[in-house]
Design a protein around this ligand. Structure first.
Ligand code: ASP
Ligand code: MG
Length: 411
């Protein structure tokens, strides 16, 4: 007998039929002798619908009201699921974030969990209830509803699992695990049995949307193993766990890509202290997050600076730079939206020297030009022309033999 936390995403509770299907799974887990806590998202499309409504009413609505509105999607799905479970003959109780004291800071629409009281959940479990908790939402010190950012139900589930504590946290979604790359563009993509928290964090921040980044941070901090699996099948998914528990020890575990950034180059700016500081302050003041940055060596006191920003913020970033440039007088500011970032991720990189060069050679063989490079201990990312994204992903997947079952040792 164990304590199991199961989280179901929007697609898994997207219709009456699907909610009933989830209820069957939950009840089955209960009847195997476990105590079960279920965390659910809003029915698929619901959060988007609510956000659109808010923007139609007033695009500049305040974030407290935003949270009051968008958190309502989860209230619907938890009550429906509790009813479905009761219909199958088990006791169930649905609870909002505030009722289980998921306490957060007051940063509405992207609040962070500060504390979670498992008491109410533990009591209900002891009384033989299946507990259904609303994902995505919490409550701040003032008693106002907050939300945890898109995909935040993952984090709710891991936080609940850490607070209880649970033996396992299962994340049910519409894919059956974490893949070596996006199966939609590479038909050789393979489901991983295990992946480390560190690799998952890199993949998530590179755009793999299966798990909210914060949920992985939380799981890592509290050592909660995550089992990412499909709510539509019984097959084993992928376990996200500590590095020591990963058998595969591959040099490269996954290839990720993202088309969501654009590139900006400022040419011929004075190479003196304070210039980079003021450029990136001008951008940060707009709330824009910069990803990669490259600065050239200077030539006659002038240098070039290239960096990437989200495509969505591209126009705003250019505008801010034009303004800034009236004071500094750079020779030229040019931008390019048609770029993509492809990345390889793997803990084995720590101990293998030639991983980056293999990546560059593989891209070169296909005549794909690399515009920017950045690395971390377990990641190499290259910015390339957007139109080569799919080709680059497939080439790298082959180069590091990710379709094979074994390791991708080159020696
Ligand atoms: N319903 C929220 C969203 O769509 C939270 C979640 O699904 O995890 O982002
Ligand atoms: Mg999700």
């Amino acid at each position: 007998m164990g304590v199991v936390v199961q989280k179901y995403g929007g697609t898994s509770v997207g219709s009456v039929e699907r909610i009933k299907n989830v209820a069957r799974r939950v009840v089955e887990t209960r009847r195997q002798g476990n105590q079960v806590v279920v965390v659910v998202s809003a029915m698929s499309g619901e959060t988007d619908r609510l956000i659109t409504l808010a923007n139609e009413i007033n695009p500049r609505h305040n974030r407290r009201e935003h949270d009051m509105l968008v958190s309502s999607g989860e209230q619907v799905s938890i009550s429906l699921l509790a009813m479905a479970i009761e219909g199958l003959g088990e006791k169930a109780v649905s609870l909002l974030g505030s009722q289980v004291s998921i306490k957060t800071d007051s940063d509405h629409s992207r609040a962070r969990i500060t504390e979670i009281g498992g008491e109410r959940i533990r009591r209900a479990l002891a009384d033989d209830y299946i507990v259904v908790v609303a994902g995505f939402q919490g409550v701040n010190e003032a008693g106002d509803i907050t939300t945890l950012g898109r995909g935040g139900s993952d984090t709710s589930a891991v936080a609940v699992a850490a607070a209880l504590p649970a033996d396992v946290c299962e994340i049910y979604t519409d894919v059956d695990g974490i893949y070596t790359t996006d199966p939609n563009i590479c038909d050789k993509a393979r489901k991983l049995e295990r992946i480390s928290y560190e690799e998952m964090l890199e993949l998530a921040s590179l755009g793999a949307k299966v798990l909210q980044i914060r949920s992985v941070e939380f799981a890592k901090k509290y050592g909660i193993p995550l089992h990412v699996r499909s709510s539509f099948s019984d097959s084993q998914g992928t376990i996200v766990c500590r590095e020591e528990e990963c058998m595969e020890k591959a040099i490269v575990s996954g290839v990720a890509y993202s088309k969501s950034d654009a590139k900006i180059t400022i040419c011929g700016i004075p190479d003196r202290p304070g210039i980079a500081a003021s450029i990136f302050t001008a951008i940060a003041d707009q709330g824009i997050v910069v990803d990669m940055i490259i600065q050239n060596i200077s030539d006659e006191g002038l240098t070039d600076l290239t960096f990437t920003v989200p495509k969505l913020d591209y126009d705003q970033a250019l505008e801010a730079l034009e303004k800034f440039n009236r004071e500094v007088g750079a020779r030229q500011i040019v931008g390019d939206r048609n770029i993509a970032k492809v990345s390889i991720v793997g803990i084995g990189m720590r101990t293998h020297a030639n991983v980056a060069s293999r990546m560059f050679q593989a891209l070169a063989r296909e005549n794909i030009n690399i515009m920017m490079i950045s690395t971390s201990e377990i990641k190499v990312s290259c910015v390339i022309e957007e139109k080569y994204t799919e080709l680059a992903v497939r080439v790298l997947h082959d180069e590091f033999d990710l379709a094979g079952e074994g390791t991708n040792e080159d020696d």
